[in-house]
Design a protein around this ligand. Structure first.
Ligand code: FAD
Length: 524
């Protein structure tokens, strides 16, 4: 399993020390990577690689495509060749004829440190995650330290209207751009629209790692990977050729961002009840309606707007809803208010009015009248993301709680010596581990091409619930310290509390699970 533990210790230390004081420039992680000593193949411990390093652009930085190709070429000889199956983007997977333990990549003592999880992540993905961890240290955590005056002062972080201030927006943009230049931002974006196509397992693992590494306080980490609702993803595979030229390059580079306008004041869980409408106007349409809870609308450049294009079909719930790409500076598009949550003076969710916004055929995403399918694809990606985010934040909080319990003394003993403190943390470990296994499992089901409706619903509902509980236990372990801003535990709690609703509430997920069971899908 890819955790910090599978990265050889010397290698991790080399990264950490080289990150100290590293300039915050795009591509820093790759530059660091080239300075790091080679530790050879993690599996056979041979010095050096199984293929030459990727060629550079001439500026000392490797070309991303060549680097990925170089990594593939370095696949260990034991899994290379005809017997090795290919996963997304050519990641090597175990042969279909391998034994069960080989197929699951069970670690062999003496060749790899034991891990809690027997699923094997392809070596190439492990490399990507190790590099991502270094990137997060230099480009996210260091940026938070450098700009703490801004990022930790709500009066500077937000403008009067509740949007992020211009300097805060600039930091967000810088992280997106640096990550894009370093090859992480688009790691799971389909190659058909310019991404690396590493698939759902990479998406899940990268988000889990980012949340565990950054915790809730280094929140710029949220912008280090393309979130399906803010940036490129499979949701955009069906944009028109004109949109590919006008919209995708900026999004892939991290220069611009988008948001996802599905929910409305009268349509949340029941998204098909939306009433925003696109009325024919010349060759195109004019959109009228209102969107709510839209994350990132406060500074996004584009919104994917869902609107009724065939009222009769929409009323029968047989299509009739289309998706359109709308620039947020289009005439008639207005952010009505920033929605503030959890007592904050600003936020990233907003309510928007669309008052006759003109849209042309090139702005259509996917087939006319079949937009809700795209909406559901987005929500599925959101469920993978939120499952990973939950596990990452829960592990971050559990590690903090264990350290605190070992250190804090009450009645002459470290509080970790009291079962009233230690047993709840053991309970968290059991549940978070189960959630993690479910997440890795469902990501692989999705990579195999399944829709995994039941499994994804179970994973998201279980993950957000048990991980919220784990953060709550971590707060309790800290006593009064659990509530102070600097610890970030309440921020983690608030985040997980929100995602018990976003991308399918826990009740709607149970409804979906039971619908699948009732249809005869009883495999567990
Ligand atoms: C932080 C956050 C970010 C969000 N970001 C976005 C975004 O970017 N874009 C976007 O379009 N939307 C976004 N949403 C909206 C989100 O998708 C909706 O909140 C969600 O779908 C639930 O809809 P609702 O809030 O209207 O609740 P409702 O649908 O009104 O539900 C209210 C309660 O009733 C329960 N309920 C409803 N129907 C049933 C049923 N059949 N059986 C059992 N219980 C039921 C629900 O579980 C819930 O507890 C976001 C929400 C949050 C909290």
């Amino acid at each position: 399993m890819v955790t910090a533990r599978v990265v050889p210790r010397g290698r991790r230390q080399a990264r950490r020390s080289s990150s100290a004081g590293a300039p915050l420039a795009p591509g820093t992680a790759w530059a660091m990577r080239r300075r790091r000593p080679s530790f050879g193949c993690a599996r056979c411990r041979q010095a050096g690689s199984h293929a030459p390093e990727a060629p550079s652009k001439g500026d000392g930085r490797p070309r991303l495509g060549a680097l990925v190709a170089g990594r593939r070429a370095r696949t260990h000889p034991a899994t290379a060749g005809p017997a090795a199956a290919r996963g997304p983007a050519g990641l090597s997977l175990p042969s279909p004829t391998a034994t069960a333990s080989q197929a699951l990549g069970a670690p062999r003592l003496g060749s790899r440190a034991m891990s809690a999880i027997a699923f094997h992540l392809p070596d190439e993905l492990q490399d990507v995650l190790a590099d991502l961890e270094a990137f997060l240290a230099t480009e996210v955590i260091a940026r938070h330290e450098k700009h703490a005056d801004l990022l930790e002062d709500p009066r500077r972080l937000y403008d009067e209207d509740g949007r992020h201030s211009a300097p805060a927006q600039q930091l967000i943009r810088e992280v997106r751009q640096a990550s894009s230049a370093a090859g992480f931002f688009n790691l799971s974006v389909p190659p058909s629209i310019g991404g690396r196509g590493l698939g759902y397992l990479a998406y899940y693992s990268a988000w889990e790692l980012a949340n565990r590494t950054c915790g809730p306080r280094n929140w710029l980490g949220t912008f280090a990977l393309s979130h399906w609702a803010f940036g490129p993803s499979a949701v955009l595979e069906q944009v028109t050729d004109e949109a590919r030229e006008r919209f995708l390059p900026g999004l892939l580079a991290g220069d611009t961002s988008m948001c996802f306008g599905l929910s409305e004041p009268g349509a949340g869980s029941d998204a098909a009840a939306l009433t925003t409408r696109a009325e024919p106007d010349g060759d195109g349409w004019r959109v009228h309606g209102r969107k709510i809870w839209t994350t990132n609308v406060t500074f996004a450049d584009w919104m994917v707007v869902f609107a009724v294009t065939d009222a009769e079909r929409a009323a029968r719930r047989r299509g009739g809803i289309s998706a359109f790409l709308v620039p947020t500076d289009a005439p008639g598009f207005r952010l009505d208010r920033v929605i503030r949550m959890h007592g904050h003076i600003g936020g990233v969710e907003g309510e928007t009015v669309l008052d006759g916004v003109p849209v042309e055929p090139w702005q259509l995403v996917g087939p006319l009248d079949d937009g809700l399918r795209i909406g559901l694809l987005g929500v599925s990606l959101g469920r993978v993301y939120n499952s990973a985010r939950s596990v990452g934040l829960a592990r971050w909080s559990l590690e903090k709680a264990i350290a605190y319990a070992k250190d804090r003394v009450a009645f002459g003993q470290p509080i970790a010596d009291y079962q009233g403190v230690s047993f709840p943390l053991a309970e968290s470990a059991m549940q978070v581990h189960a959630a993690h296994l479910m997440g890795l499992n469902v990501a692989q089901l999705l990579d195999q091409g399944g829709r995994a409706v039941k499994e994804l619903s179970m994973t998201k509902a279980f993950s957000v619930e048990v991980c919220l509980r784990a953060v709550d236990r971590a707060i309790q372990t800290h006593g009064a310290r659990g509530f102070v801003n600097e610890e970030g535990l309440v921020e983690a709690y608030n985040t997980l509390r929100l995602i018990n609703v976003a991308d399918g509430t826990n009740e709607i997920l149970r409804r979906t699970i039971f619908q699948q069971l009732a249809k005869g899908d009883l495999d567990l």
